[in-house]
Design a protein around this ligand. Structure first.
Ligand SMILES: Nc1ncnc2c1ncn2[C@@H]1O[C@H](COP(=O)(O)OP(=O)(O)OP(=O)(O)O)[C@@H](O)[C@H]1O
Ligand SMILES: Nc1ncnc2c1ncn2[C@@H]1O[C@H](COP(=O)(O)OP(=O)(O)OP(=O)(O)O)[C@@H](O)[C@H]1O
Lengths: 219, 219
């Protein structure tokens, strides 16, 4: 059970705080806006309306006891974000995650003590764009320089067959991790006797050249 | 080479448009704010300052020719977002992706024709929270909302055993992707008869709750 400090309870901050809480951890949430405090008060036990740039408040919080401090103040108040990050660092924060809008803001945040800078809108924009581009490969993730994960619609040669028949590991050198039919729950690992259907979404992992070979079975 | 329409060029929309452009696709970007148009004009070839709720403008655009239309208007103007989505649907858009802040807004967007609703801040908040929770495991990567990859030292119960004995897939519902002994090359997939040693670094993939169960075998 860990303790986290979340400063700024916009959509992003509230989501960080909520997810940590749902996973059984202790969260203290700070925001200067009453409306934001109200919006999360049912989901997050310890919330405090205050100005996080107030040095008295921060020093009263035992900053060193938090596993991590997450600064989720938006671009509108980027100077607050920078000041809060600096103050957290001065108060001995173990780990500071901060949100930014632009790379330049990110650089400043790193300089004043952020260990990690997040660009939520920019990152999600890239992911959405990539999933639109690879319309039959839904998502692609690099695990290590030679190994990747591929999420794709089941290629034609898998349809109507099951894993025992397909023998993916030996024939293609890829491992299937999960299958999702028709927007149902993702099943991982897929049962050995499950017969794949058109439009099933499968997640594979393997070496890049092995994955390429499988993709080219479509042509 | 595909054509995309991006409406709303905030951080999220600009990132979608930029990523599509960088990947060689044609993007038309619309925004009613001059400052937003200026901000992206160097990176996105076709941008137009206009009110996207203007039916004349939308009908002049050949909406049916776009691979997808991405509505990235923020919560501040959610009514615009809803109206634009409706108009795109009426104009025969093949695929509409829309951004929303809350689930309720998302429901309305689906009702008026969105094929996919994205919650950038909420999703990134969850990802950040989850990567913070698993900090005693060397690395953690989210593959999809329910499935993650975990890199960890081989848990005690694996040491001295091989995969046939361990039967990870059936006992724990996780798939082992790779093993790395003593900073040697990463081996993927691990041979079925390889006996795991203390400090081996293994990479697993599976549903979040399945991975949790495996981690708790340490206690
Ligand atoms: N000095 C401060 N102390 C505490 N909270 C602050 C301070 N400055 C700003 N905030 C809070 O930070 C929160 C997030 O900022 P804002 O809403 O501008 O960002 P945003 O980028 O729109 O957020 P999101 O994208 O997460 O919804 C707001 O709820 C605001 O009240
Ligand atoms: N009717 C409209 N026509 C065209 N553009 C619009 C319209 N209404 C809003 N926009 C644009 O949508 C863009 C995104 O909206 P806004 O900045 O409120 O969202 P946001 O959530 O802050 O964005 P982001 O998080 O992506 O930075 C703005 O640039 C705004 O000018």
């Amino acid at each position: 059970k860990k303790q986290f400090l979340v400063i700024g309870l916009g959509r992003f901050g509230a989501s960080v705080a909520r997810t940590l809480t749902q996973n059984g951890h202790n969260v203290i949430g700070l925001d200067s806006a009453e409306e934001r405090i109200q919006r999360v008060s049912e989901e997050i036990a310890d919330v405090m309306k205050c100005d996080a740039t107030d040095t008295d408040i921060l020093s009263s919080l035992g900053i060193q006891d938090f596993e991590a401090c997450i600064v989720c103040i938006g671009e509108k108040y980027i100077q607050n974000s920078i000041l809060v990050t600096l103050l957290l660092k001065e108060n001995g924060a173990k780990k500071i995650i901060a949100k930014a809008g632009t790379k330049t803001q990110g650089k400043v945040l790193y300089k004043v003590g952020a260990d990690m800078v997040i660009y939520p809108e920019k990152d999600m924009g890239e992911r959405v764009a990539r999933s639109l581009i690879s319309s039959n490969i839904i998502d692609f993730l690099e695990v290590s320089p030679e190994i990747s994960i591929l999420e794709m619609r089941a290629p034609r040669m898998m349809i109507g067959k099951d894993l025992i028949e397909l023998n993916l590991r030996h024939k293609y050198g890829v491992t299937i991790i999960s299958v999702q039919s028709d927007n149902q729950k993702i099943i991982s690992p897929p049962p050995l006797d499950y017969k794949f259907r058109k439009d099933d979404v499968i997640t594979l992992i393997g070496e890049n050249k092995a994955l390429k070979r499988l993709r080219f079975t479509e042509d």
